[in-house]
Ligand binder design. Structure first.
Ligand SMILES: O=C(O)C(=O)C[C@]1(C(=O)O)C=C[C@@H](O)C=C1
Length: 103
């Protein structure tokens, strides 16, 4: 998997390295790190969805479109760093942000 890009560093995720050489070969310790990452990921997804819904509500209240294709392409591009599964994950994030109207 690729390291985070320069632009991601600008966005404040530079503390989350994929270099885990410094972690011990101890399953309990490693599982604790997974639990910590899962908690961060879950909170980030929930916050992302809330922000996305807020943008959508504002845009629709001001007469704009429900979806913005160019932004969705950017999200899909970013997650292509994960390979083909990145597309599935990005689509899921976009769906979570759209809410029930966006199916
Ligand atoms: O960036 C926007 O304009 C959004 O509404 C956010 C978002 C997203 O979740 O990334 C959601 C719906 C749009 O179609 C595009 C992007």
């Amino acid at each position: 998997m690729s390291e985070s890009s320069e632009s991601d560093k600008d966005l404040g995720v530079d503390g989350l390295s994929t270099d885990v050489a410094d972690l011990p070969d101890d399953i309990d310790t490693l599982r604790l790190e997974i639990d910590r990452m899962d908690a961060i990921i879950l909170a980030a997804i929930q916050r992302r969805s809330a922000v996305s819904k807020k943008i959508g509500a504002h845009r629709m209240a001001t007469g704009g479109p429900r979806l913005v294709h160019s932004r969705e392409v950017k999200v899909l591009d970013r997650f292509s760093a994960l390979g083909s599964e990145g597309h599935t994950l990005a689509m899921l994030l976009l769906r979570l942000g759209r809410g029930p109207l966006g199916r």
